[in-house]
Design a protein around this ligand. Structure first.
Ligand code: CP
Ligand code: NVA
Length: 303
């Protein structure tokens, strides 16, 4: 396999995406049975993070360690990027020494620049535009709980943000319906919506979106970098809070998902996120398994 990057779910075919999820489920079972293989022995992955993280950093570092590899972490203030060194030069340097780059940044163009100059695979650990690693875990979680996702109805409630964009890609690739309810001014990216129109329906009515949905998903109303808009956003998004009334409108067995970090009482009530329909912690755990499967795929070290 030639050099492959993972900047978007669109970098995988439907069959590759399904294969990675199947392997993630298998890796989860092998970890539980203590059968992990050192397929990354001697390999080094560099994490270049220009934004904060708990799950993404920990899941990659733990996953790399479990596969016998080594992770080097560069946080927002540590590298020369924060002092103006170009992404291109950073990519050229890192990829002469390591086997894999995982980048978290703001503008999506920065990760494209990283991939364009890197000699090793680059994985998107979140940009302002999308969060494809999150979707690997979310899809794995849905499939583990409910089986095939093709043909279902999913409902995204809240901000048309990076995680929403990756759900849109997933809906198109795996052919399920995604209803998105957002205030008018926070709708998802129009060009992406145009690509996904046969699978994505956008409304400003959260009850219309949630109706009969098999999974209801939300995210923070103020993503990283939008902290100073929080109070204004809290007002606009109030009708989009996921509470028990909204969950009752969904399918009676609907799952609740959230990428975390969550803000109880804002985008979701404690009753829902801590209630029986919520799968947010298995979802967070699946970041570990899904990304191990992704790294094995990109490094072409499948056994
Ligand atoms: N869901 C997610 O990516 O969490 P972190 O920001 O903690 O990495
Ligand atoms: N939309 C959120 C996701 C965090 C994992 C953000 O970008 O901050």
């Amino acid at each position: 396999m030639g050099l492959r990057h993972f900047l978007s779910l669109n970098d995988l075919s439907a069959s590759e995406l399904k294969l990675i999820i199947d392997r993630a489920i298998a890796l989860k079972a092998s970890l539980q049975d203590n059968r992990t293989r050192d397929v990354m022995r001697g390999k080094v992955a560099v994490l270049v993070f220009e934004k904060n993280s708990t799950r993404t950093r920990i899941s990659f570092e733990c996953g790399i360690a479990q596969l016998g590899g080594h992770a080097v972490f560069m946080g927002p203030a540590e590298s020369q990027l924060s002092r103006g060194e170009s992404v291109e030069d950073t990519a050229r340097v890192i990829s002469r020494m390591s086997d894999l780059v995982i980048m978290r940044t703001g503008a999506h163009e920065r990760i494209e620049e990283m991939a364009n100059s890197a000699l090793v695979p680059v994985i998107n650990g979140l940009t302002d535009f999308n969060h494809p690693c999150q979707l690997l875990a979310d899809l794995q979680t849905y499939i583990e709980y409910r089986g095939d996702i093709t043909g279902i109805t999913a409902a995204w409630i809240g901000d048309g943000n990076n995680v929403c964009h990756s759900w849109m890609n997933a809906a198109r690739i795996l052919d399920f319906r995604l209803n998105i309810a957002t205030p008018q001014e926070f709708r998802p990216n129009q060009a992406l919506y145009d690509q996904c129109r046969s699978n994505v329906f956008v409304t400003d009515d959260p009850f219309e979106a949630a109706k009969n949905a098999e999974v209801v998903i939300t995210d923070t109303w103020a993503s990283m970098g939008q902290e100073n808009e929080r109070s204004e956003r809290n007002n606009v998004f109030k009708p989009y809070r996921v509470d028990s009334k909204l969950m009752q409108c969904a399918h009676r067995d609907a799952l609740f998902m959230h990428c975390l970090p969550a803000y109880r009482g804002q985008e979701v009530t404690a009753e829902v996120i801590d209630g029986p329909q919520s799968v947010v912690f298995p979802e967070a755990e699946n970041r570990l398994h899904a990304q191990k499967a992704l790294m094995k795929f990109l490094l072409d070290v499948n056994d």
